[in-house]
Design a protein around this ligand. Structure first.
Ligand code: HEM
Length: 487
C-alpha cells in the first residue's frame, strides 16, 4: 500500500512537469525565442533534480511535496478550465499559462481556438485574462451595444500628449478634435505630399541599388523603407520638404520619439526632444506647403493649438511604425507572388488591391479594449478589468466573405467592393483610422516606383517573427532582402 502510494506520488510529481515540457518541446517557440525555450528546459531539469533529491535523500518530504503539487495542479486546472465551462457564464477556452506562452510564438493559435471553442473564447496573455472575439459583424455589434463599457487600452507612451491622444480623448474633447483631424488629413493634403514621397522612394531605391552593387548580400530593407515613410509622413503632416535643412533637423529630433518604447512612459530624453518638435510644428502652420498643420489653420484660425500639435507629433510616431511595417509585408508578398510585380507595372491601379490583400492576410491583426463595467454579450459574461481582443486577422479569414480565404488574391478587391462587416483593416466608426488615404498613397507610390523603375528580386523570406509579447505585431522574417538594380 505504502509502495503504491509512493509510486502514485512520484508519478504525480513527474506529470507536473508536463506543461513546461510542452513549452520546451514547442518548435515555434524554440525558433523564435530560444532563451524562453532554454529557460523551460532548465525548469524541467531543476524540477526533476528536486524530485530525485526528495525521493532519494529526503523521502519523508515526499508526501508534503506531492500534496503541495496536487493543490497547485488543481488550482491551475480550475483556472485554465479548457473547454469545461465550469463557470457557465464565462466564455469557453483556456487560461493556462503554458498555453499562453506557446501562443506568443504561434500566429494561428487563435484561429484554432475559434475552431475549437467558437467565435468567443477566453485565453491568457501571461497572467492577464483576455476574451477573444472573432467575426467582424459580431465585433461591430459588441462595440455598438456595449460602447460605454469598453474603453481603449491606453498605451503608456501617450500619457504626455497635451489634451490626450485622439484615440483616448474624453467625448467632449473628441467632439472638437476628432472631426478637425479628419478634415486636416484631406485628399488634397495627401495629394500634395505625393511628389515628395515619390522622390523619397526613388532616392532610397537608388541608394539601395548602389548598396546592393557593393555587397554580396543586400542590406536589410528596414532603414530605406523607414526613410521613405518618414519623409512622406513628415511632408503630409508637418509640411517640411525632404532634403531641406529644417526637415533634416526635425527628423533628427523625431528619431528619439520614434525609438521610444510604446509600453513605457516617455523618458526624460524623449520629453526633451519634444521641445524642438513642438516649436517647429507650431511654426509650420503658417507654411506655404499644404499639410495637416496648415489645413488645421485654414479650417480654424485658432488652430493648431498645443493639443493639435502633440496629436500630430504622436500620430507621426504611430503612423510611421504602421506604414513601415506594411511596406515590409508588401515586399514579402511581392517576393512570394512576383507575377504581381509585372501586373502592377502594366496596370498601376492594381497596386491598391495588392496593398488591401496584404493588409488582410498579413498586417492587420487586432484591436484591444478593456472592460470597464461587467457586460454580457451573446450569453457570455465579460468581467470588469479583462482585456478584449478583437481578432481582425482571424476575422479576415472568413470563408463567407472571402472565397479561399488563405489564398493571396488581390483580384478579389477588384472584383467586388467589400462591406466593413467583411473587411476592416483600419477600424470603423468614429474612431476609424484617418490615415487611410495617406497610407495608400505612400504604399502604392513605393510599389509603383519599384516595379516600374528597377529590376528587383526578394530573397530570404521565411516564417514570420515577433517579439515576446502577445500584443507585438508579427513581421516578415528578418532575413528578408530586396535586391534592386536600376533599369
Ligand atoms: C498601415 C497603416 C495603418 C493602419 C493599419 C492603421 C490602423 C488603424 C486602426 C485599426 C485604427 C483604429 C484604432 C482603434 O479603433 O482602436 C486607427 C486609428 C487611427 N489612425 Fe491609423 N493606421 C495606419 C496608418 C495611419 C496613418 C498613416 C495615419 C495618419 C498619418 C493614421 C492615423 C490614425 C489616427 C489619428 C487614428 C485615431 C483616430 C481617432 O481616434 O479619431 N493611421 N488606425
Amino acid at each position: 500500500m505504502a509502495a503504491a502510494l509512493r509510486a502514485a506520488e512520484i508519478a504525480l510529481l513527474l506529470a507536473a512537469a508536463w506543461p513546461v515540457l510542452r513549452v520546451a518541446a514547442d518548435r515555434r517557440l524554440r525558433r523564435l525565442f530560444p532563451w524562453a525555450h532554454a529557460a523551460a528546459l532548465g525548469l524541467v531539469a531543476l524540477w526533476l533534480a528536486l524530485v530525485a533529491l526528495v525521493v532519494l535523500r529526503f523521502p519523508s518530504a515526499l508526501h508534503a511535496l506531492a500534496a503541495a503539487t496536487a493543490l497547485a495542479l488543481a488550482g491551475t486546472f480550475v483556472r485554465s478550465r479548457a473547454g469545461l465551462r465550469l463557470e457557465r457564464a464565462l466564455p469557453p477556452g483556456s487560461l493556462s499559462f503554458s498555453r499562453s506562452i506557446r501562443s506568443v510564438a504561434d500566429r494561428r493559435a487563435h484561429l484554432r481556438d475559434a475552431e475549437r471553442f467558437g467565435p468567443i473564447f477566453k485565453v491568457a496573455q501571461f497572467h492577464r485574462p483576455v476574451i477573444c472575439v472573432v467575426g467582424l459583424e459580431r465585433i461591430h455589434r459588441l462595440l455598438r451595444e456595449h460602447a460605454p463599457s469598453l474603453a481603449p487600452n491606453r498605451l503608456p507612451l501617450t500619457r504626455d500628449v497635451a489634451g490626450g491622444f485622439l484615440r483616448y480623448m474624453d467625448d467632449e474633447t473628441y467632439a472638437l478634435y476628432g472631426p478637425l483631424f479628419r478634415r486636416a488629413l484631406s485628399q488634397s493634403v495627401v495629394a500634395a505630399a505625393g511628389p515628395s514621397t515619390q522622390d523619397a522612394a526613388r532616392r532610397e531605391l537608388d541608394r539601395l541599388a548602389s548598396d546592393c552593387s557593393n555587397a554580396t548580400t543586400p542590406p536589410p530593407p528596414a532603414e530605406y523603407l523607414d526613410r521613405i515613410a518618414v519623409d512622406g509622413l513628415v511632408r503630409a503632416l508637418v509640411g517640411l520638404l525632404p532634403g531641406t535643412a529644417p526637415q533634416r533637423s526635425f527628423v533628427t529630433s523625431y528619431r528619439t520619439l520614434a525609438e521610444q518604447e510604446l509600453a513605457t512612459s516617455l523618458s526624460a530624453r524623449t520629453r526633451e526632444s519634444l521641445g524642438p518638435l513642438r516649436r517647429v510644428a507650431a511654426e509650420r502652420a503658417d507654411g506655404e506647403t499644404a499639410s495637416a498643420l496648415s489645413e488645421l489653420r485654414r479650417i480654424d484660425p485658432a488652430m493648431p493649438d498645443t493639443i493639435c500639435i502633440d496629436n500630430v507629433l504622436f500620430t507621426l510616431r504611430f503612423a510611421s511604425a504602421n506604414v513601415v511595417s506594411l511596406l515590409h509585408w508588401l515586399l514579402a508578398m511581392l517576393g512570394r507572388h512576383p507575377e504581381w510585380g509585372a501586373r502592377i507595372r502594366d496596370e498601376p491601379e492594381l497596386a491598391g488591391a495588392f496593398v488591401q490583400e496584404t493588409l488582410r492576410l498579413a498586417q492587420s491583426e487586432y484591436l484591444y479594449r478593456v472592460v470597464t463595467d461587467e457586460l454580457e454579450f451573446e450569453g457570455y459574461r465579460f468581467p470588469r478589468g479583462w482585456l478584449v481582443r478583437l481578432c481582425i486577422w482571424e476575422s479576415h479569414r472568413s470563408p463567407d466573405a472571402f472565397e479561399q480565404p488563405e489564398r493571396f488574391d488581390p483580384d478579389r478587391f477588384v472584383a467586388k467592393p467589400l462591406r466593413t462587416s467583411e473587411y476592416s483593416p483600419f477600424g470603423w466608426g468614429q474612431h476609424a483610422c484617418n490615415g487611410v488615404a495617406l497610407t495608400s498613397m505612400i504604399c502604392t507610390t513605393v510599389l509603383e516606383t519599384l516595379v516600374t523603375g528597377y529590376r528587383w528580386t526578394v530573397s530570404g523570406d521565411g516564417p514570420a517573427e515577433r517579439d515576446f509579447r502577445h500584443w507585438h505585431h508579427w513581421r516578415p522574417s528578418s532575413a528578408l532582402r530586396l535586391r534592386v538594380t536600376s533599369l
